[in-house]
Design a protein around this ligand. Structure first.
Ligand code: ZN
Length: 146
């Protein structure tokens, strides 16, 4: 961004600030250190697409903490651990769990919150990764290999 989209000023400055928002169910939520660009003339703050993605991820994680769901960071750790241990792709992991394509990337980016049942499944796998092999065995005769 070279000029302010609002007033066309060139005086733009990178800022990081806490953003407070009012959630219909949880009331005031505060997101920490949200990055953006502030126009020094009109004081409008803008977010790049990348900053906007990060904002969404933080917001979803704050909601997850309220709802006792795994955060994006915890999901990343589980996926990395299973991929390392079983040498499978992220897609293969999704197929084994029976969740839709790109579910992990949507959950990790915070675009979508995982369901409570998916969250339970991930917690069980985190505690005992062997469940992965067990799920595969249980399904092998009841479903064609994807
Ligand atoms: Zn401006």
């Amino acid at each position: 961004m070279k000029n302010c989209p609002n007033c066309d000023s060139k005086e733009l400055k990178k800022v990081k600030r806490d953003v407070s928002l009012n959630h219909p169910e949880y009331g005031e939520l505060v997101l920490k250190d949200i990055a953006g660009t502030e126009c020094q003339n009109c004081k409008e703050v803008f977010m790049s697409p990348k900053e906007n993605i990060e904002y969404t991820r933080q917001l979803t994680d704050v909601l997850r903490e309220r709802e006792n769901l795994l955060t994006s960071e915890e999901i990343v750790a589980i996926v990395a651990k299973i991929r390392r241990q079983y040498k499978i792709s992220q897609r293969k992991f999704e197929i084994i769990l029976g969740i839709g394509e790109k579910s992990f990337s949507r959950w990790i980016s915070g675009k979508v919150k995982q369901s409570i049942s998916s969250d339970n499944m991930l917690r069980m796998i985190r505690e005992n990764p062997r469940y992965i092999a067990k799920i595969q065995r249980l399904r092998i005769h009841s479903k064609k290999e994807a």
